[in-house]
Design a protein around this ligand. Structure first.
Ligand SMILES: NC(=O)C1=CN([C@@H]2O[C@H](COP(=O)(O)OP(=O)(O)OC[C@H]3O[C@@H](n4cnc5c(N)ncnc54)[C@H](O)[C@@H]3O)[C@@H](O)[C@H]2O)C=CC1
Ligand SMILES: O=C(O)CCC(=O)C(=O)O
Length: 413
């Protein structure tokens, strides 16, 4: 056995012992990126050790750090994304390991909305070009005013009021963008085949639903993308879809770079088929490109959004580590069982018949009485909380973990 492996095994043994015998040790939280201290304050120093260098953490907290090529130690019980998109996290792999991935739905929606509206205005009024022009002026001969008046016609823009904005994806951000756009006098056409009832209630009643994405594209002067990145939405805006847009329309992408097929986009910019592309995702081909307005992934970078997101995920991860409660995980069902003095088992399992009966049979064989229990499922996965009136041994916990279909199990004192 190599040193790394034996170190890992020692940590695992320790984890099982600590988990089943109580919370004598602090939970270890590994952080990536710049997380707001207002959120991290939710994890008291009495119970949590937090740092970017922790080797075998109980949980990981992050923003945009790409975890796809990072080895996530077996000690990790939860991952918290202080934000909305989880495409930087290997969710499928973690689900199969029984590890909930939490995010902060809606917590940065206002920040992204405001920047999207800024993007609309920047494109409509040619603000980046105008700013570059003014910053390039020199007043050596005192002729500044004259040159300003002479040149400003180059930056003459269009107004938003009366134009049509197509919003693709009517989730937390898309709905807010739609509502603010309506208030600015834009007509709004929206498309989201999986819109939730909650978001439908929030959406301005005069936003018009489009029957298809193509219909939205053909009607809109501005198209703003607010969909989750997944296999269905990757390159959603390809050459055919971009070709359906009105000539001289503007495309805004505050969602993810991969939603737009860059080759198709560049062709549409080069032929001036698009008036502008406003994006929060720089790429080498977009740098200094005419008609491209590119920001450094700034959508969620406000004090308020950073605090909201960090606070939300820190509370979710804390509640999961301390109580097994799940709120707003992207891969496991919400589950909450009132906490009492009893010892709790928190078990992630496949959503297949016979799981609960196998788990409870092992407890019964060992004369362990169940005080309270809850099992919830979502898609392929389920989560089970079982309160019992005594601590169980690491050996018994290992037996539960060895049941086919149990993905993870731990005891919480
Ligand atoms: N630029 C930035 O800093 C930020 C970017 N984002 C990006 O914005 C995305 C959306 O964020 P939220 O609104 O918070 O997420 P959300 O989950 O509330 O909304 C996403 C919506 O997209 C819809 N959708 C999925 N596939 C679709 C399709 N093919 N056509 C139309 N609609 C579709 C879903 O039904 C859902 O309503 C995130 O996944 C993330 O990629 C989010 C926050 C900050
Ligand atoms: O944390 C950030 O700055 C990025 C936010 C983001 O892209 C998201 O929440 O999906």
């Amino acid at each position: 056995m190599d040193t790394n492996q034996s170190g890992l095994n020692m940590r695992l043994a320790e984890h099982i012992t600590v988990s089943s015998e109580g919370n004598e040790e602090k939970f270890k939280i590994k952080t990536y990126n710049n997380l707001s201290p207002i959120g991290l304050e939710k994890l008291s120093s009495a119970r949590y050790e937090i740092g970017s260098e922790i080797e075998y953490p109980d949980a990981i907290l992050l923003r945009s750090q790409d975890l796809h090529n990072v080895v996530i130690p077996d000690t990790v019980k939860a991952v918290g994304r202080a934000g909305s998109g989880v495409n930087n996290i290997p969710v499928d792999e973690l689900s199969a390991r029984g590890v909930p991935v939490f995010n902060a739905p809606g917590a940065n929606a206002n920040a992204v909305t405001e920047l999207t509206i800024a993007g609309l205005l920047m494109a409509a009024r040619n603000i980046p070009e105008a700013l570059a022009f003014v910053n390039g002026l020199k007043d050596e001969d005192g002729g500044l005013d004259a040159r300003v008046e002479q040149s400003k016609c180059r930056f003459s823009g269009i107004e938003l009021a009366g134009k049509t904005l197509g919003v693709v994806g009517l989730g937390a951000i898309g709905v807010k963008v739609s509502n603010v756009a309506r208030a600015l006098g834009l007509k709004v056409v929206g498309f989201d085949p999986q819109m939730t009832l909650e978001n439908a209630w929030r959406l301005s009643s005069d936003a018009i639903p489009a029957d298809s994405l193509n219909e939205l594209l053909s009607r809109s002067d501005f198209v703003s993308l607010h969909v989750t990145l997944n296999d269905q939405t990757r390159h959603l805006m390809d050459d055919i879809r971009i070709g359906k847009m009105k000539p001289n329309a503007t495309l805004l992408n505050f969602s993810r770079a991969e939603i737009v097929d860059e080759a198709a986009l560049l062709a549409a910019l080069d032929t001036a088929m698009l008036r502008a592309y406003v994006s929060d995702f720089p790429s080498p081909a977009l740098l200094n490109r005419p008609r491209a307005i590119v920001l450094p992934h700034l959508g969620a970078s406000t004090k308020e959004a950073e605090e909201n997101c960090a606070r939300m995920v820190c509370e979710q991860v804390r509640d999961f580590l301390e109580n097994g409660t799940i709120r707003c995980a992207v891969n496991f069902p919400d589950i909450h069982l009132s906490r009492n003095e009893h010892f709790r088992l928190a078990i992630a399992n496949d959503n297949i018949p016979g799981m609960v009966s196998q788990i409870t049979a092992i407890l019964a064989e060992n004369n362990i009485n169940i005080v309270d229990m809850l099992n919830k499922s979502r898609g392929n996965y389920a989560f089970t909380l079982i309160d019992i009136n005594e601590r169980i041994s690491p050996e018994l916990l290992a037996r539960l973990i060895s049941i086919k279909g149990v993905l993870s199990a731990r005891g919480i004192a």
